[in-house]
Ligand binder design. Structure first.
Ligand SMILES: CC(C)(COP(=O)(O)OP(=O)(O)OC[C@H]1O[C@@H](n2cnc3c(N)ncnc32)[C@H](O)[C@@H]1OP(=O)(O)O)[C@@H](O)C(=O)NCCC(=O)NCCS
Length: 140
């Protein structure tokens, strides 16, 4: 697998993120689930671990995990901007996320990119269950 371009910088903090710009990037790249800028920022800020990829000030990739810090974590929002795909950026995002989750059972749900995750050692599991409490993204 290729290595990410050296121009891509990976950060485990959110200090450099321009949330309005990231939301617009996600919309333009068709990987937007309807969060407002505030909801997008809060979902990352409330996650125990985040990894962000930048080219200059532009965020071109992200991954985040909810975790109890002991035995269970849940990964979501794994994204590489289309122009930067297939050069190892997604793998690097996941490696930097997973190294912060030693000893933990890491879950994720996806309809896409199954092979991407399998290459990192993820195994398929039987169907789970889910429930949306009220209307999705409506917390008030
Ligand atoms: C999935 C995604 C994050 C991968 O990012 P990336 O930067 O292209 O990943 P990498 O370059 O590290 O790819 C690593 C390997 O996985 C493969 N791969 C990448 N995306 C894949 C996909 N969608 N389906 C199957 N395999 C994929 C690559 O071909 C590569 O294989 P190789 O090692 O044999 O060359 C990116 O395609 C993306 O953002 N997709 C849209 C959002 C999405 O589906 N996210 C995942 C579900 S939450």
């Amino acid at each position: 697998m290729a290595n990410p371009s050296p121009e891509i910088r990976f950060e485990k903090t959110l200090d450099s993120v321009d949330w309005d710009a990231l939301r617009l990037e996600l919309i333009a790249d068709d990987f937007h689930n309807g969060r407002s800028t505030t909801q997008l920022r809060e979902s990352f800020e409330n996650s125990r671990h985040c990894v962000m990829a930048f080219v200059g000030t532009r965020c071109i990739g992200n991954a985040r995990a909810l975790s109890d810090g002991v035995g269970n974590a849940y990964v979501m929002d794994v994204w590489t901007q289309s122009q930067f795909r297939n050069t190892g950026t997604g793998t690097k995002l996941m490696q930097l996320l997973l190294e912060q989750l030693p000893g933990q059972h890491v879950y994720l749900q996806t309809d896409d990119a199954i092979e991407f995750y399998k290459k990192m050692g993820f195994k398929e599991q039987p169907e789970g269950l889910f429930k949306v409490v009220g209307d999705y993204l409506q917390s008030q």
